[in-house]
Design a protein. Structure first.
Length: 204
């Protein structure tokens, strides 16, 4: 609970600036697999003693696997222990509706019972809302999904306030233009064709 509450206290806007690291490792879609996370950390090696190495975990920490809470807690502890080297981003599964449909909520109920699971669930979803949506360096922008619109400007995401972010518990059915923008950031998929088009598979 203390670890989850730490993420709720996050301050600042939705954009994280990435310092000038000589090496950046980006890890995506762990989906509740502690084994995959352990493998990643083994391959990455000792990033702590190398001050110029950053690791970005690019969202979708939960669902589908059998230990979503374990993955989430390990990542939050890594962020607590190494805040200057570890970065966490929100993906489309860090969402109250998606995570309730694809296994994470069921996992909590099975492990802790309905009452305790409800308390954990509330804290986890508040933590999800605290996660940044992108990380920016001098040469790159890291997002879970991709560029949402052809006229997208980074200032649009920089202008998102903490209070606005806290209200975005789900982006499945956006209620306004800002939530539609954020939905595109976390749900967009890359494609081989040039340009940006409607994603008929995801309906976004």
């Amino acid at each position: 609970e203390t670890v989850i509450d730490f993420r709720q206290s996050r301050k600042g806007n939705d954009e994280d600036a990435l310092p000038d690291f000589s090496k950046v490792t980006v890890v995506g879609d762990l989906h509740g697999s502690v084994k995959s996370l352990q493998h990643v950390l083994t391959v990455v090696g000792d990033f702590v003693s190398h001050k110029d190495h950053a690791i970005v975990f690019d969202g979708d920490f939960v669902d589908r696997g059998d230990n979503s809470l374990g993955v989430l807690l390990i990542l939050l502890l890594l962020k607590l222990a190494y805040p200057k080297n570890v970065f966490l981003l929100r993906g489309n599964h860090e969402d109250v509706l998606v995570a309730s449909a694809y296994g994470f909520q069921d996992e909590l109920v099975q492990k802790y019972g309905a009452d305790e699971a409800d308390d954990i669930w509330d804290g986890v979803n508040a933590a999800f809302c605290a996660l940044p949506l992108c990380i920016i360096s001098d040469t790159a922008v890291i997002l879970h999904g991709g560029i949402p619109t052809a006229d997208f400007d980074l200032d649009q995401i920089r202008d998102i306030t903490p209070s606005q972010r806290k209200r975005m518990k789900s982006l499945v059915e956006p209620k306004n233009a800002l939530e539609t923008l954020v939905q595109g950031i976390v749900w967009s998929d890359p494609c081989l064709d040039d340009g940006i088009s409607f994603n008929s598979i995801r309906s976004v």
